[in-house]
Design a protein. Structure first.
Length: 142
């Protein structure tokens, strides 16, 4: 835009009113609006023709596609980093579990409870001579 504010428009209107007078001012404003409209349309047509010649639409599309691909590559990198991190954590957990399993397996093989043999069934006590002699003595006494 031209940056013309309200004050500038009022100043132009007052000067136009003083120079042209109240009878010719509405017609002059209408004519000026038509010329401004024609100028804008001509400028837009020229701008559109130049953009077609240069291929600005193609350049815009290409820049847009490059921006999209850059965002895609960033997302892909974040995703692969996350997957790699998850894989490394999974491998670490698996190694810890394998180590714990090895410790449990080696601990159960080396435990003292496994090394002690099963106790043999208790043999009945053999009668010693003193026990039988006491039984015999009790039988001999009246």
């Amino acid at each position: 835009m031209t940056g013309v504010g309200l004050f500038e428009l009022l100043l132009i209107g007052v000067v136009g009113l003083l120079i042209l007078g109240p009878d010719k001012l509405p017609g002059a404003m209408r004519t000026m609006a038509l010329w401004i409209g024609r100028f804008r349309r001509s400028f837009d047509n020229i701008k559109r023709d130049i953009e077609k010649e240069v291929g600005a639409d193609e350049i815009r599309r290409q820049l847009r596609n490059e921006a999209i691909m850059e965002k895609f590559n960033e997302s892909k990198k974040k995703f692969t980093d996350t997957v790699d991190s998850a894989k490394s954590q999974t491998n670490s957990l698996k190694q810890n579990l394998d180590l714990k399993q090895q410790i449990l397996n080696s601990g159960s093989q080396d435990s003292p409870a496994d090394k002690t043999p099963d106790p043999a069934p208790a043999k009945p006590a053999e009668n010693t001579g003193s026990a039988t002699s006491q039984n015999n003595n009790s039988a001999n006494q009246p």
